[in-house]
Design a protein around this ligand. Structure first.
Ligand code: DHB
Ligand code: FE
Length: 280
């Protein structure tokens, strides 16, 4: 049987990708950001999953106002990088796992999560920056990836509770796949940040730390937080944090923390990063 072996969350700031792609990781501004991922890179080498179910949001790079799926799953063999701004990053193509992806889609839909199936999907910094942070600069990503795209960009976004429950449903889906696979679930985006408008640059360290504690110890209560609180306390783009609840739901009731990192700022964002595993 396939099983969920770990959960990872991380911010997905595009400037972090650019810092790697342009060889700036040793600069004073960036060094402390990448230092927070050194532990994870070692852990990732020692604990290679077969598949990462990677929850992220598209930022109007591959998707647009033409169609706005609330939840979408990539079921293709491959996903090409794409991006806003300067265009696609120079990173390897992302290899999918169609068999597990289709199984997850079937399990979710029969479980009444009507996820959109994407036979074609290009993936932006929301997905490629987390891969770069965890695996560094490589010729080929060391794991297969099933992208789950969540609409956090256009109102109405799904609730935190829906995301927590989606994570639980992903766990049921993975555990009913007959092949023996190690599967990680990643939640990306956040933490507090607002990149436009009068409050651009907003960071709320206190709220971010409290969010992590609640995610660890009382996700059911955290799932009740309404969108307006994310916007008010964590900034307009802080709403990306609802994707961390998908990771939390996938880990089960009790989790063990392996690594936690928080750093302000990277670009306009408070960088948060967690590596957790299900506790027996
Ligand atoms: C920034 C952060 C994001 O999550 C994003 O998608 C775009 C920009 C930033 O801090 O610059
Ligand atoms: Fe983002």
């Amino acid at each position: 049987m396939a099983r969920i072996t770990a959960g990872v969350t991380t911010s997905h700031v595009p400037a972090i990708g650019a810092a790697m792609d342009l060889g700036k990781t040793e600069e004073d501004y960036w060094k402390p950001v990448f230092a927070g991922y050194e532990w994870t890179r070692q852990w990732a080498k020692e604990n290679p999953p077969d598949v990462v179910v990677l929850c992220y949001n598209d930022h109007g790079s591959a998707m647009s106002l033409k169609m706005i799926p609330t939840f979408a799953i990539g079921i293709a063999d491959q996903f090409q990088p794409c991006d806003e701004g300067y265009g696609p990053r120079p990173v390897p193509v992302v290899e999918g796992h169609p068999d597990l992806a289709i199984h997850i889609a079937q399990s979710l839909i029969l479980d009444e999560f009507d996820i959109t199936m994407m036979n074609e999907l290009e993936v932006d910094h929301g997905l490629t920056v987390p891969l770069s942070l965890v695996y560094g600069q490589v010729d080929k990503w060391p794991t297969k990836v099933i992208p789950i795209a969540v609409n956090v960009v256009t109102y109405p976004q799904p609730t935190g509770n829906r995301c927590l429950n989606l994570g639980k449903a992903i766990r049921r889906a993975v555990e009913s796949f007959p092949e023996d696979l190690s599967v990680q679930v990643w939640g990306t985006g956040g933490m507090s940040h607002q990149i436009q408008g009068a409050r651009a640059g907003l960071i709320n360290k206190e709220w971010d730390h409290a969010f992590i504690e609640r995610l660890l110890n009382d996700p059911e209560d955290l799932a009740k937080v309404p969108h307006i609180e994310y916007l008010r306390e964590a900034g307009a783009e802080g709403i990306e944090l609802i994707m961390w609840l998908i990771m939390r739901g996938a880990l089960g009731d009790k989790v063990r923390e392996l690594h936690r990192f928080y750093h302000v700022p990277a670009s306009n964002t408070a960088v948060g990063h967690l590596v957790w595993e299900p506790a027996a």
